[in-house]
Design a protein around this ligand. Sequence first.
Ligand SMILES: [Zn+2]
Length: 129
Amino acid sequence: MIPMAHSGRSDSVNSLAALNASRPELLYSGFSMANPKYAISDKPVPVSELVGTLSDGTKVKRRIPRMRACNEKDAKGKLCAGHLKRWYFFGDEVKQKFGAEAEIYRCERCKTLYLPSAEEVPRTGTLSY
Ligand SMILES: [Zn+2]
């Protein structure tokens, strides 16, 4: 009876294919084409993200690698493009948030503070490239 069971199984497969072929309304071609192959990569795009805002309203952002100019925009959407300079004169709030030895840069125009780029921070894992 075992060979019969085997042929019976292949019969059912054949009849299923025949069923699909003979009834085109059951051909869900769109369904079978929709290969759920999500190519979404969550690689971090280098954006100078806003890290926080100090109590006096000063923005703190993170630099992207080799960033030398401020990318803040004013109310009119104009790029600040001020020069980022190493800054040592931050107050206690910055020290509390980022450490007394924090590497801080400041835009000489709009005074936005910048932290070093994430590549210089020991937070590996997303840096496989
Ligand atoms: Zn600026």
